[in-house]
Design a protein around this ligand. Sequence first.
Ligand SMILES: Nc1ncnc2c1ncn2[C@@H]1O[C@H](COP(=O)(O)OP(=O)(O)O)[C@@H](O)[C@H]1O
Ligand SMILES: [Mg+2]
Length: 282
Amino acid sequence: MSGRERLARPELGRIEAQDVSIRLGRGAQAFEAVQEVSFSIEPGELVCVIGPSGCGKSTLLGALAGHIAPASGKLHVDGAPVTGPHPDRGIVFQHHTLFPWKTARDNVAFGPKMRGVAKGERRRQADAILDLVGLADFAGRYPKQLSGGMQQRVEIARVLVNKPRLLLMDEPFGALDALTRMMMQELLLDIWTRVRTTIVFVTHDIDEALFLADRIIVMSPRPGRILEEIPVPFKRPRSTDIVASQEFGRLKHHCLELLRVRPDGVPLPRLSPLGLGTGDSE
Ligand SMILES: Nc1ncnc2c1ncn2[C@@H]1O[C@H](COP(=O)(O)OP(=O)(O)O)[C@@H](O)[C@H]1O
Ligand SMILES: [Mg+2]
């Protein structure tokens, strides 16, 4: 294919979750991490999941990736139950999982290699995706020769080279400095306009969710339930200017209020203006 090669299949990547509960731990230690969660995500949609630490965001994403089986409920991708990991559902974590002894190109080409793609072809595929993430000139570098942001770009390329139906992202920019993080968010949106794969992006950063998402799913504290789904109305392509808009402020405030609710529905006391609490030691 010439010019814009089609890297994903926008008609694929529909997620249906119905009353999904996920239990973790064993025996007396077993507990419900995610409780009767239902949602659906359209092919090519970018949905962010936010919620307090420990509420089950990673657990839910792990179930979508096929690493954890739900205890009950229905979890379908394109009409088929998720039964285990598959390159069609790629996951990117906060810290990269690149092989330190392989170059960026060979790291990206590893998935195709495992699928039996011939050497010349898999190098061509890897180079095309590295170009997409802005790393055409760094294909021969090893992970430790790359900055944190670049390592995450290789990590995204490593997943995208499999032309996934779902790109699952678990706080992928959480370890980056603020400026790099902003650039990565813009880069992700740029990539997404070109590949149009479904993205489920977990973050605890409300600003990040509002900047990226078509829709935000807000989860309650453990056991994670869905408190609300918030459509994000900002036009695309988005620029960081939206952060200064009244609507952004309104939605951010709304998310903050939602996240300050205890599991029993009682709102928590307001934070001090600096968010520093009362000074009581924990
Ligand atoms: N393998 C595990 N065994 C037992 N408990 C776990 C395991 N993984 C996570 N947990 C606990 O399950 C809850 C949900 O975890 P997680 O999905 O990682 O939350 P989040 O990503 O929202 O911070 C947390 O209380 C966490 O401590
Ligand atoms: Mg997590």
